[in-house]
Write a protein that binds this ligand. Structure first.
Ligand code: RUB
Length: 301
């Protein structure tokens, strides 16, 4: 797929989820690099940077996207176009491979936190979080899952379909029923778009309400997140931008019949570390307060 095709699918959320947008962007940039007809290494690199910008600007909240593209550009080195192209292509393959491996490792580690008989609640649709749930199910743990609908885009339908397809006992609930059901829940398992250096987890809108309800009911909240979702920028004091999407995703203005009603559609929110029990990464389970250490370690590698 071309950069423009991929970018437009990400904008329209035909490609979605922090991990998937990172992997598909990396593959789109690789494809572009392989087919770009340019002999001058400087101009070639400039064109790659422009391609990166087009992809990065699609969705501002998930740091996985910019971390993945920065990884590629750090490897796009060489004296000739051929050398730069080959280095970028192998970095792209390395990123995709290690990202899929990370999801499998998180599934493995995260499943150890799920015990036989657990009632799990999950919000939105996270490949990393669902991976841990499926692994526990495949390990013959008798689990049940509440999947939130996730207004306005209903990513909970995907979660419910995937889990039911695996034979997991899953019940779809509306987002506003989370507190009603929380008393039955043993563990909340969710994903992340970005983990900030102060341990805040940025994920689908409503996550912080889910975590607050869990905190009130003394239910642990487990976040499943690959380390490329940890944000270096936040160490430098940058605030994670929360994407606002078209209000039309929520309601048709005709409903208000010409009346002046504003509609807001922020699609992510930030959950404070005090409401999070642990973050499961491919390098192990950490406290959200250890996010800075993970980012520092990534800098050294
Ligand atoms: C998806 C979402 C997911 C994270 C993690 O939001 O909030 O929980 O991206 O997903 P959207 P994953 O549907 O708006 O992209 O674990 O698959 O990376």
């Amino acid at each position: 797929m071309s950069i423009d095709e991929t970018a437009s699918k990400i904008e329209k959320m035909e490609i979605r989820g922090a991990g998937e947008i990172a992997r598909s962007s990396v593959l789109a940039l690789k494809d572009y690099a392989l087919n770009l007809d340019e002999k001058d290494p400087g101009k070639y690199l400039e064109a790659l940077r422009e391609g990166c910008m087009r992809l990065k600007n699609t969705r501002p909240t998930a740091v996985s996207l910019s971390n993945a593209l920065s990884f590629l550009m750090r490897h796009a080195k060489g004296d000739s176009v051929l050398e730069i192209r080959n280095n970028l292509a192998s970095a792209a393959d390395e990123f995709v491979e290690s990202s899929l491996k990370a999801i499998a490792q998180i599934a493995d580690i995260g499943s150890h936190r799920i015990v036989d008989g657990d009632m799990i609640l999950t919000h939105c649709n996270s490949t990393a979080a669902i991976g841990a749930i499926i692994r526990a199910h495949r390990d013959d743990k008798r689990i049940k899952v509440y999947a939130t609908e996730t207004r306005p885009r209903h990513q909970g339908y995907i979660t419910a379909k995937v889990l039911a397809g695996e034979g997991v006992d899953v019940t779809l609930i509306v987002d506003s029923a989370v507190r009603f059901f929380m008393q039955e829940v043993d563990i909340v398992i969710i994903g992340a778009d970005t983990v900030a250096s102060n341990g805040f987890v940025i994920n689908k809108i409503g996550t912080s309400q889910v975590a607050l309800c869990a905190h009130e009911a003394r239910v642990p909240v487990l976040v499943c997140a690959e380390t490329y979702k940890f944000s270096r920028e936040t160490v430098m004091g940058r605030i994670v931008e929360i994407e606002e999407r078209d209000p039309l995703e929520i309601v048709d203005p005709a409903v208000f019949d010409g009346l002046d009603v504003r509609v807001k559609n922020p699609v992510f929110d930030a959950t404070p570390p005090r409401y999070i029990d642990s973050i499961v990464t491919e390098v192990g389970v950490i406290s959200p307060y250890a996010a800075f250490e993970i980012i520092k370690k990534l800098e050294e590698d």
